[in-house]
Design a binder for this molecule. Structure first.
Ligand code: NDP
Ligand code: OAA
Length: 550
């Protein structure tokens, strides 16, 4: 991701937005539903301005300077009415229409008086809340809907591909009665076609909302198209994609949304983009949290934990506030286990069991290595557990894994290979890939996210299980409580899971599991300030690394 590119484009974007705001500010003044006394005062004045602007539009062709005046009025909340008094005097002298100009003169005069009469109060300066900020109508609409603080909404930027000149000026954005409204949407998804009527003609399930963070990143670039195609949730499951980006990636996100549009997926019913998690996570039933800062050269792991932890603490709070009460959360952004822990701790109203850290990629890598060694196809490998952290301490479990239903150790007799080469290959696969490819695994990660979701929405085959990082409370394996640890799970296909039984743990496996557990407990101490457990204390093991770090 070339963040420099985004920075470079930012001023151009701001410039175009400034111009767009200047054309719509009259609409804002009219539609502002000010609740405070001072806002009401301002609101009245804004209406008077509107009358005057309408009047002087009528004569503007004859007085070119008026065009300038429109611009300054529309760009400021604080133009003093006296500033246009000379102009109205000018009309009084010049104009052919006495009625018009007398009206114009007195309108201006009374406005000036109203300004004086209120000038002693602080109400003259509108606080820079969301409503007073220049915004396109869609933004105003979105802020009203979710009922979160103005401060949060100042960051909001849901975009729509309707060009500014297509936005019909004074349209008061109505407060929707129905949250399935598709107005906060992108491109063709902004059209007003009757989605519900359309869906009645199809034997589809009801629409589900899927939020994806880091949506302009590499993993998402593969994942989103898989989600939209129906291969994840099924061919009868329409979906809405709610994509979270940042100031940095907003323009790229628009590009992603355009590509989704152009793909004409029938099951993709809505796409919305934004940079405010409180907006983007609204009512989502799945949250795929991919966006995270990569660990740069010289950055301590503790620093990475802190920076990314803050992202996941905020996103946990947002999920807690606005997501579906039974949202399933899959944390991909690294360090994913501890990020998932931070996220769930900040979302106390969502069951801790609903949070996952993605270790499915590690499971797939392990299956691949075992299949290659045994000379069988991948699908013959089952019961593959990854224990622990998504890091180089993870434990690919060859004790419980099976090939063609037979324990791996009976098929691959080379125990030394299993204990050393196999284990290390899986632990460090991400790093080797980065060395060759120059970037971290994106396509295979996207595939593994698909696998992880499908494992939760389809029943697990009899006798098999899958790996996912989940909350350890109540686990039967003796793993420390209150961390997110990868363990073997089974699902009935309802989105929920149970920990697998019939798992053997020998001394070798136990010792490895303990090492990964110790690492996660140290990570947890290091983010105590983000989980509400007091002061952080970082004593991370020296060799703690992500799979991609070497
Ligand atoms: N668990 C697993 O198995 C795997 C996990 N990963 C992890 O997934 C994550 C995403 O990988 P990938 O898509 O390849 O990465 P990219 O760099 O392509 O995209 C990641 C996104 O993260 C966001 N981001 C970057 N820096 C910051 C920051 N400082 N603050 C907030 N957000 C930021 C950016 O989105 P925006 O600007 O919109 O915020 C960016 O688009 C990484 O953390 C990676 O380590 C990768 C492979 C496997
Ligand atoms: O370290 C990274 O960013 C990549 C990663 O997690 C992996 O490949 O497993």
């Amino acid at each position: 991701m070339n963040s420099l590119g985004f920075l470079h484009q930012a001023p151009t974007r701001r410039e175009s937005e400034r111009k767009r705001h200047s054309t719509t500010v009259t609409v804002e003044s009219q539609t502002t539903s000010a609740s405070t006394v001072e806002n009401r005062v301002h609101h009245k004045r804004a209406n008077l301005f509107h009358v005057i602007i309408s009047l002087d539009r009528a004569v503007a062709p004859r007085v070119p300077s008026l065009a300038l005046h429109h611009y300054s009025i529309s760009n400021s909340n604080e133009i003093h009415p006296f500033s246009i008094l000379p102009l109205s005097l000018f009309f009084l002298v010049q104009s052919y229409s006495h009625f018009l100009c007398v009206f114009f003169f007195f309108g201006t005069f009374f406005m000036a008086l109203s300004k004086i009469s209120t000038s002693h109060t602080p109400s003259q300066t509108l606080k820079p809340n969301f409503y007073s900020k220049p915004c396109v109508p869609l933004q105003c609409y979105d802020a009203r809907r979710s009922g979160v603080s103005f401060e949060q909404h100042r960051k909001l930027r849901i975009s729509c591909s309707v060009a500014p000149n297509q936005v019909q000026a004074p349209v008061a954005p109505a407060v929707p009665s129905d949250t399935t409204s598709n107005r906060d949407c992108y491109g063709v998804f902004c059209t007003t076609y009757d989605l519900k009527a359309d869906e009645k003609t199809k034997s589809w399930k009801s629409l589900i909302k899927i939020a994806v963070s880091g949506a302009a990143g590499m993993i998402s670039n593969h994942l989103l198209f898989k989600l939209a195609s129906g291969e994840v949730f099924g061919p009868d499951q329409p979906i809405a994609l709610q994509l979270l980006g940042s100031e940095r990636s907003l323009q790229a996100l628009e590009g992603v949304a355009m590509e989704l549009e152009d793909s004409l997926y029938p099951l993709l019913r809505e796409v919305s983009i934004g940079i405010n998690p409180y907006e983007v996570f609204q009512d989502c039933e799945w949250a795929l949290l991919i966006g995270a800062k990569p660990r740069g050269p010289g950055m301590e792991r503790a620093g990475l934990l802190d920076i990314n932890g803050q992202i996941f603490a905020e996103q946990g709070k947002a999920l807690n506030a606005v997501a579906s009460r039974n949202v399933k959360v899959i944390v991909v952004g690294n360090p994913c286990n501890t990020n998932a822990l931070i996220c769930l701790k900040n979302a106390p109203n969502i069951p801790a069991k609903n949070f996952h850290a993605l270790t499915r990629l590690d499971e797939n890598r392990a299956k691949c290595q075992l299949a290659l060694k045994a000379g069988v196809f991948y699908d013959k490998v089952s019961n593959m557990t990854i224990w622990g952290n998504h890091s180089t301490t993870q434990v690919p479990d060859f004790l419980n894994a099976k090939i063609n239903g037979i324990p791996v150790k009976e098929v691959i007799k080379d125990t030394k290979w299993l204990e050393t080469e196999f284990t290390e290959r899986v632990q460090k696969r991400g790093g080797v890939l980065i060395q060759k490819w120059g970037r971290s695994s994106a396509a295979s990660t996207a595939v593994s996210i698909v696998d992880a979701i499908r494992s939760l929405v389809t029943p697990t085959p009899e006798g098999d299980w899958f790996s996912t990082g989940v909350y350890t409370n109540g686990n039967p394996y003796g793993i420390a409580e209150d961390i997110v640890f990868s363990m073997p799970c089974r699902s009935k296909g309802d989105g929920d899971y149970e920990l697998a039984k019939d798992v053997i743990i020998d001394d070798f496996l136990r010792e490895r599991i303990k090492k990964s557990e110790a690492e996660l407990l140290a990570e947890k101490r290091c983010v105590a300030h983000l989980t509400g457990e007091g002061n952080a204390f970082c004593d991370l093991p020296e060799d703690t690394m992500l799979p991609g770090e070497q």
